[in-house]
Design a protein around this ligand. Structure first.
Ligand code: HEC
Ligand code: HEC
Length: 317
């Protein structure tokens, strides 16, 4: 399944850390992240938080891309089980995010969920596999992260025990080297159809940057010097497009209306269908102003020439 592939590059990171640990060379992290202060004084008005959380989980971050019980239905129950496999990681399964007390998040506090989401530190102080994109979510605001936690808590509990079988390499890396991420931005920019808010959404709430930024080097880390330049050799079923304003190889010639239409209909201005691995069906439900904000942010990026070869025709979607 496509999401298995999504985890491979992130998993490579864990492996490299493991090898460095074995060689006694370096540390990739360590320490614990304190629980966030989610009191009203820190977070502000909490009216409408569940609806905000539903919007983020279902249509912006699309957590169901990995956490849905049925990989074909990202909108279904988030009771987990999807497997991410490779030799470095072993088999890591996406967790059950429903509030079942034994197999899901029922016993977790909202602050514990927020910490796991943004730092990758779970309730027991273990670091989650970097398949879980906390490196991007770390910039999510307190209020948005709390909204996500509150929405998850409002879901019907589903009993579904999820068991991972981490490899030895990965288990060693988890103990000795992998560390949690530090949250960076407790307050989000004011929501508006502008580049500043678009930067926040595209990098820290939606996972546009995660998929569309090229990766390279031994650690297969995101090349943040070439943000959104696409990935010509991704392990995904389709290569993420170049979203920079380069006229030839990016989306420099797209109008804002073209961009909104592509995300809403899954058809780009050239008339080509967008592969469903790009979660346009869910992302296309984003509010006009949020999509405009992302478009306007993408226009501010340096245009990068990076032709992205096509991989395969989309399966009759
Ligand atoms: C690219 C795939 C992917 C996406 C997208 C994703 N996750 Fe995860 N998540 C995982 C995997 C895999 C794990 C299990 C990691 C492990 O066991 O080490 C996980 C673990 C978690 C955990 C820890 C739960 C526990 O029982 O330890 C929480 C909480 C979580 N995810 C919340 C979310 C939320 C909320 C979203 C959307 C805002 C999200 N995730 C998006 C893959 C993903
Ligand atoms: C799970 C990975 C993933 C995420 C998350 C993702 N994309 Fe994509 N996107 C892709 C892939 C892969 C393609 C290429 C699809 C194809 O070739 O048919 C793509 C294609 C596109 C295209 C079409 C470009 C073209 O030239 O046809 C646009 C526009 C786009 N993405 C924008 C976004 C935006 C905006 C976001 C965040 C709101 C986003 N994507 C999030 C993987 C992703």
């Amino acid at each position: 399944m496509s999401s298995t592939i999504l985890g491979i590059r992130r998993a490579l990171f864990a492996c490299v850390c493991g090898m460095m640990a074995a060689a006694g060379l370096a540390s990739c992290g360590g320490g614990h992240v304190p629980l966030p202060d989610l009191s009203a004084s820190a977070v502000g008005d909490t009216a409408g938080l569940v609806a905000r959380g539903e919007y983020i989980v279902r249509s912006v971050a699309v957590c169901g891309h990995c956490h849905a019980a049925d990989p074909r239905n990202a909108d279904g129950p988030l009771s987990g089980g999807m497997a991410f496999r490779n030799w470095r990681l072993g088999t890591i399964r996406a967790s059950n995010l429903t509030p079942d007390p034994e197999t899901g998040l029922g016993a977790w506090s909202e602050a514990e969920i927020v910490r796991a989401l943004r730092s990758g530190e779970d309730r027991d102080g273990h670091v989650l596999a970097p398949v879980m994109p906390y490196a991007w979510f770390r910039g999510m605001s307190d209020r948005d992260a709390l909204a996500v936690a509150r929405y998850l808590k409002s879901l019907p509990p589903v009993r579904n025990p999820v068991r991972s079988r981490p490899s030895l390499v990965y288990r060693a890396a988890r103990v000795f080297v992998l560390g949690p991420a530090r949250p960076t931005a407790p307050v989000a920019p004011r929501p508006a159809a502008d580049a500043e808010y678009g930067r926040y959404l595209a990098n820290h709430v939606s996972l546009c940057g995660d998929c569309h930024t090229p990766r390279g080097g031994v650690q297969q880390q995101a090349d943040l010097d070439r943000p959104f330049a696409g990935d010509a050799s991704s392990p995904f079923p389709a290569n993420p497009a170049n979203l920079t304003p380069d006229a030839e190889t990016g989306i420099g010639r797209w109008t804002e209306a073209d961009f909104l239409r592509a995300l809403r209909t899954g058809v780009n201005p050239g008339g080509d269908r967008i592969h469903p691995f790009m979660p346009w069906r869910e992302l296309g439900r984003m509010r006009d102003d949020d999509l405009r904000a992302i478009y306007r942010y993408l226009r501010t990026l340096p245009p990068i020439r990076n032709p992205i070869p096509e991989k395969a025709a989309p399966p009759g979607s």
